[in-house]
Ligand binder design. Structure first.
Ligand code: CA
Length: 423
């Protein structure tokens, strides 16, 4: 339990019911205005807090903090200072914005320099992602996909219950929430055809995932144990791993996903720290068969984080198509990182690891249109009378995520992306 988690804390900044950003959250991101190119920020309620301005006004003194990291384009160097520093900054922010603290609260000149309305800033990609790894750690998702494409009797491949399956994704096309996504083009094989065609993807999908950001590097040859893993994980974000199912289906054998995945992934703009999520830990699913010793772990390593996906057509009402929860993950983040590094593969600050699609047991909790529409056989009715098997041009996919307990809601600020027609 961290001081900043105290549910009794209140901020002098208004936090409306349903806000993702109470004083207990204090996530980190990078914002921009017409006069500020990029500053590290946090957020309370709908007020974005400029850490450069806070520092210039003397509010971040005596923290052993490298001040130059606050005005960089990405959080990487700020994060790389380690949790001792970033947690001390969070504690200081918790104190400055506590309703009992009048110093900044009553200094209107300082307030005007430090605070920005959320709708008046642009949020930038928070981290420079050097490497991106995508796991496949929801048993329900893997079972659904195996059932659809292989054999319902043997939906999980023989390795699945023994290791967290993953692949190396593309880091260059990870974009921040709000970035429009161009419908990709590529090779597909029409049903029954024996020759491929080239053209715009017709089975464009989202994948509801969460990502974690590496906060502490390792050297080549080192491995991270499940016990040490949390020390290397800075925080989490929402992650939409856009997928072109027709391109994916034709290309993925034998080496796995390639162009069907690499055209874009969208992330939420705030990295929520593991410390802020600490009160929401819960046990994970029982793992049977027993895992190998390097994958064993102790303590509660799953998190109760509610997840929701909405489709917003260009005109008309949006529709919630999925309600899931991060707690459905069979393999937790610590096991994923232990497995990732067990061969000596080094990790760097800013690296992104995504969970894989997070599906629950019931069809309304499936985390992709592939599963929700069951390969297009069960179209989803939309409020405007149209239906969706996959994502259409002009649709915006919106993902929300939040943990909530004892009157405190820790959220991620959402991740959205609108699909533009193929060129
Ligand atoms: Ca994925």
């Amino acid at each position: 339990m961290y001081k900043t988690n105290n549910t009794a804390l209140k901020s002098w900044i208004e936090v409306r019911p349903g806000s993702d950003f109470p004083i207990q959250n204090i996530p980190f991101g990078i914002f921009q205005t017409d006069s500020i190119p990029h500053h590290v920020a946090t957020i309370i309620g709908n007020q974005v807090i400029d850490l450069v301005a806070l520092n210039d006004l003397g509010y971040l003194n005596d923290l052993n903090l490298d001040k130059t990291t606050l005005s960089q384009q990405y959080l990487n160097d700020f994060i790389a200072q380690g949790k001792a520093v970033t947690n001390a900054v969070r504690e200081r922010l918790s104190d400055i914005f506590n309703i009992e603290n009048k110093t900044l609260q009553e200094n209107l000149d300082h307030r005007s320099q430090v605070l920005h309305d959320y709708d008046e800033v642009r949020m930038l990609l928070p981290v420079k992602v050097g490497d991106y790894t995508d796991f496949y750690s929801s048993r329900e998702h893997a079972t659904n996909v195996g059932t659809m494409f292989r054999d319902p009797e043997n939906a999980l491949l023989p390795n699945w219950l023994h290791l967290p399956v993953g692949y190396h994704g593309r880091a260059s096309s990870i974009v921040v929430s709000g970035t429009p996504i161009r419908r990709p083009k590529g090779q597909q094989i029409p049903a029954g055809a024996d020759q491929p065609i080239y053209g715009p993807c017709r089975l464009l999908d989202f994948e509801l995932e969460m990502g974690f950001v590496i906060g502490k590097a390792t050297n080549l040859g080192d491995s991270v144990s499940t016990d040490a893993a949390e020390d290397h994980i800075f925080g989490m974000c929402l992650f939409n791993d856009w997928s072109a199912r027709d391109i994916q289906k034709w290309e993925y054998v034998p080496l796995g996903p390639f162009l069907g995945k690499s055209f874009a992934s969208s992330i939420s703009p705030w990295i929520v720290t593991l410390e802020a999520l600490d009160p929401f830990r819960i046990p994970g699913p029982v793992q049977d068969p027993e895992v190998l010793p390097y994958l064993k772990y102790s303590g509660n390593k799953n998190y109760n984080i509610n997840l929701e996906v909405m489709i917003q057509p260009e005109e008309g009402e949006s529709k919630t198509v999925c309600r899931s929860n991060f707690q459905y993950m069979y393999w937790n983040m610590c096991q994923q990182l232990a497995h990732h590094t067990v061969n000596g593969c080094n990790i760097n600050v800013g690296d992104m690891c995504a969970s894989g699609t997070i599906s629950g047991k019931s069809p309304d909790s499936y985390g992709s249109m592939l599963e929700i529409s069951w390969k297009g056989t069960k179209p989803v009715p939309m409020p405007d009378g149209t239906e969706r098997k996959f994502i259409l041009d002009g649709d915006t996919v919106i993902m929300e995520g939040f943990a909530e307990k004892d009157g405190v809601r820790i959220g991620f600020g959402g991740v959205t992306g609108k699909i533009l027609p193929a060129t």
